[in-house]
Write a protein that binds this ligand. Sequence first.
Ligand code: FAD
Ligand code: SF4
Length: 347
Amino acid sequence: MKPFQYLRPTGVDAAVRDLTAQPDAAKFIAGGTNLIDLMKEHVEQPTTLVDINRLPLATVEELEDGGLRLGALVTNADTAYHPLVEQRYPLLSKAILAGASAQLRNMATNGGNLFQRTRCYYFYDTSMPCNKRHSGPSQGPAGCGALHGYNRIHAILGTESADGNVHCIATHPSDMCVALAALEAVVRVSGPQGERTIPIADFHRLPGDTPQHDNTLRPGELVTAIDLPANGFSHYNSYLKLRDRASYAFALVSVAAALELERSDASGDQISAARLAMGGVAHKPWRKTEAEALLVGQRPTPDVFGRAADALLDGAQGYGHNTFKIELAKRAIVRALSQAAKLEPTE
Ligand SMILES: Cc1cc2nc3c(=O)[nH]c(=O)nc-3n(C[C@H](O)[C@H](O)[C@H](O)COP(=O)(O)OP(=O)(O)OC[C@H]3O[C@@H](n4cnc5c(N)ncnc54)[C@H](O)[C@@H]3O)c2cc1C
Ligand code: SF4
């Protein structure tokens, strides 16, 4: 690891100023569970770390509109086990608890979780070509090692850039962000130009021809909180995570499914609202409102769920080792929706 300067501001404005003073060389650090690993591997080489743990961003607050504000520095564990999150946003609680390990969740923060970087093996190995890592000779050659390499964990959706080329097939590894996408959370940021909010759907981005950018944050901006809207789909929801081993592994495919069901007549329920987001399949949590629209007004049956799955996976493309994910993702969607509708047990 290279030597670095270490700053510990106590206010949001001071933290933003510290970062803005060296936009290319400074990084915020929160729980450190991702950034320190990347520094040890020389993938990230900041010369200044701005420790944000003393900022007043570690609270969970109820909002007047019925929603909930999660401070950026609330740990993933404290978020998942917060009574209001457990009662009103169980989908988020389940998604967080499906990730990492208890020890990591005790350190990892909500802000840091949004920014965790891809788990692509080639990204972590600075001797391999990688367009996402590449920003100069010290960080290895340009290119994409995964495209014609071992790409079992890689993306099947949203990989092509506007000119039809593929520059990066990395996935976003977060579980929490998949639930946030389904719940339509809003990210609050503070930066040199003041405060602004970013809908979670616009926070992460597809790789296009600039895969080095994971998100739409501007230089110097700090995430201060994540707002959850009032509707938490608390009765009918499921977070299904499929992975190579049952715990402490990233998702091959994950699904956040949330439904509202109404009793339409004596013969059964009808879906009145639906949310569906996927992890492990794209550079950002994958959501398509057209797929959700196919569910609304229908009875909750596997056939109906299958049509939504086909729509969500429309245009999916495998790159060899990861082609199995297309069928796996469709089956995972049907199962997650069946669990959300309580047609199948959640194990
Ligand atoms: C072995 C292992 C297994 C894991 N398994 C999973 C898993 O299964 N599922 C899953 O979802 N995650 C998993 N994780 C990832 C873990 O959830 C993240 O490392 C964690 O959420 C990052 O949070 P942090 O506070 O430690 O971030 P840090 O490491 O401190 O920071 C990460 C990045 O976020 C930036 N940052 C942090 N806070 C802010 C802020 N408020 N504003 C702006 N920028 C900020 C930092 O500059 C840095 O670039 C795993 C991690 C490890 C090490
Ligand atoms: S998939 Fe993306 S992160 Fe992985 S090697 Fe290719 S460019 Fe790098």
